[in-house]
Ligand binder design. Structure first.
Ligand code: ADP
Ligand code: MG
Length: 588
């Protein structure tokens, strides 16, 4: 028997390595550290939580609270694995499932970073400072400080390069952090929150009632929120939401709290949309904060502990309660199969600097129909050579010479080619021109801009603010003059010269909203920004053009680097050759 050899293969992992492995399960990214630390602060009964982040938390992140703090002995124990002061009943499966195993967050964070804790409890006159680096305690000393705790995490994942490599760009990590904090803030309206990112205040929330907090997070005046409540079979739903006028292109204003904890549930989310029914403007997402209380045993236990997604035993029943609460808030009758016209037009208020509200359209009206028409045209007429389908049917050479242009149906331009005719979609043509123009401006300094007579302020939630900060330089290069002006407020004092569709600032909301989404799909921030800018500032279908505008459009299109396909992949020019025309008329 060679037991010796076999056992020799088994090595006892040292404690630091075990911690590193455990950390990998709890700590995925800076935002997960923030989540753990803020939850600890909340558990400690904090009235105020202050978060500071450098480089999206990759460089450092700090969470300070005015909670009960820790004694020296507790502080020492807090960084040990499975050390917890919190007695939790094992039957509260929900707590275990959503929070992961208890008592290892600080130990795990300490294993993969340089962690320092400064804390004091009311019973002790001196505070304690403890430093852990890569799982090894480096310091235990006294500090003078107030009751409460400050936890600082530097060089996260310094000793786990693989994990570090998987981090997203700084702005994205900062956005995740903003999401985590706002979600926890939605769960705890009674606590004040502050987030400082890159030494700039990006979120400041005063303690208040649910309605105040929801108003702040949804960026809707508290008294403008619609409230709904529904209770059935032990399921209690309370919702505060924005009407159709406040629906946006992004989901960043959706807060779902189950038993006081932020969660994600596809089924419950869908139920909210069902509740809006026909009131929801197409391709928009409703802003809402929803608190659900139910028997914890209703919550599915087979869900990954680090994921926020939950499943419910009787999902249908809860979803039904959710939809009913939403309908109640929107004051819609229960009868199904009815579609209601929007109660208010799709307008969203914008604040002018001096406080006057102006109204600008919230959604985009054009686009849909044209897209459909082209879509139908494409398969029906393949012989007409739609670029990208039947090859390079229109060539640059075709478009040379004098341009004689005719506008039809206020959306297409007809022009004669050497060997046929071309139909140009005026919107996508202009979009292409704008797209390339934006990309060019990103590379150069000094785009022409025009000063606004009256500077405009717009208010952004932290997620949008991160996106805006990320886009700041690019917007500047396009010709926008933008400055931060207090937490979440931007001051705009200049816009690109000759800008179309500025809509008193609504354009900027759209650009930021879209950036949050497009960035995920596009290769680069530049492209995402250029595509969205081009789309919203170009000539629309339905706009009557004068001859000189048409000439200019066609001439500029001819100079474009890629005149045949718009940034979203739609054809710009459709050609009908003389040969094909002749054939149609029996001349061939
Ligand atoms: P858990 O929160 O599951 O107990 P942690 O590793 O997050 O595990 O924290 C360990 C212990 O450290 C907590 O149980 C608590 O006693 C103490 N602790 C951590 N953060 C704070 C804080 N901000 N204020 C007071 N005590 C804290
Ligand atoms: Mg904890």
């Amino acid at each position: 028997m060679s037991t010796n050899k076999q056992t020799a293969k088994i090595a006892v992992l040292d404690e630091t390595l075990i911690r590193k492995i455990a950390a990998g399960e709890v700590i995925e990214r800076p935002a997960s550290v923030i989540k753990e630390l803020v939850e600890n602060a909340l558990d400690a009964g904090a009235h105020r939580v202050h978060v500071e982040v450098m480089a999206g938390g990759r460089q450092s992140l700090t969470v300070s609270d005015d909670g009960e703090g820790m004694s020296r002995e507790d502080a020492r124990l807090s960084v040990e694995r499975h050390a917890t002061s919190k007695l939790r009943s094992p039957s509260d499966l929900f707590a275990i499932q959503t929070l992961g195993f208890r008592g290892e967050a600080l130990a795990s964070i300490g294993a993969v970073s340089r962690l320092s804790i400064e804390t004091r409890c009311a019973e002790e006159s001196a505070g304690t400072r403890i430093v852990v680096e890569g799982g090894i305690q480096r310091e235990l000393s006294s500090v003078a400080r107030d009751v409460g705790t400050r936890v600082a995490v530097r060089n996260l994942f310094f000793n786990t390069p693989a994990r570090r490599k998987f981090l997203k760009p700084i702005e994205t990590e900062a956005r995740y952090i903003a999401q985590v904090v706002t979600q926890l803030a939605a769960a705890h309206p009674e606590v004040g929150f502050e987030v400082v990112s890159q030494e700039r205040l990006s979120l400041s929330l005063l303690p208040g009632e649910r309605r105040d907090r929801a108003g702040e997070l949804l960026d809707i005046a508290a008294e403008g929120l619609l409230a709904g409540e529904y209770e059935e079979a032990g399921i209690r739903v309370e919702v505060l939401l924005g009407g159709p006028a406040f629906c946006r292109k992004t989901r960043s204003r959706q807060f779902l709290l189950v038993r006081g904890r932020p969660v994600y549930s596809r089924a419950l989310n869908q139920a909210v949309y069902r509740g809006y029914g026909g009131l929801l403007p197409s391709e928009t997402h409703p802003p809402f904060a929803m608190w659900i209380d139910l028997d914890p045993r209703q919550i599915d236990v087979n869900v990954h502990p680090t994921k926020k997604e939950i499943r419910l035993a009787d999902e249908r029943l809860v979803a039904q309660a959710v939809a009913r609460a939403v309908r109640q808030a929107l004051e819609m009758p229960e009868t199904a199969g009815f579609t209601y016209a929007p109660l208010q037009p799709s307008y969203q208020p914008l604040q002018l600097a001096e406080g006057t509200a102006v109204f600008a359209p919230a959604g985009e009206s054009s686009g849909g129909d044209d897209q459909m028409a082209l879509h139908l045209l494409a398969p029906a007429l393949p012989q007409f050579g739609i670029p990208g389908e039947a090859g390079e049917a229109v060539r640059r050479g075709d478009l040379e010479g004098p341009v004689r242009v005719l506008q039809v149906h206020d959306k297409y331009l007809l022009l004669q080619l050497q060997d046929g005719i071309a139909v140009i979609d005026q919107h996508v043509a202009h979009e292409r021109i704008r797209f390339e123009e934006a990309l060019d401006r990103f590379e150069a300094e000094g785009a022409p801009s025009q000063q606004l007579l009256m500077p405009l302020t717009i208010h952004l939630n932290p997620v949008e603010l991160e996106a805006a900060r990320q886009a700041e330089a690019l917007l500047g290069r396009l010709g926008f003059g933008i400055r931060e002006f207090g937490a979440g407020t931007l001051l705009i004092d200049a816009i690109p010269a000759g800008l179309r569709n500025w809509q008193e600032g609504a354009l900027l909301y759209k650009l930021i909203d879209e950036l949050i989404q497009e960035k995920e799909i596009r290769d680069s921030l530049q492209e995402a920004m250029a595509a969205s800018y081009a789309c919203h500032t170009s000539i629309r279908a339905g706009e009557r053009l004068v001859q000189s505008e048409m000439q200019e459009l066609v001439e500029r299109l001819l100079k474009a680097r890629e005149p045949f396909v718009c940034p979203h992949g739609r054809p710009i020019i459709v050609k009908l050759s003389l040969r094909e025309l002749d054939k149609l008329f029996g001349r061939a």
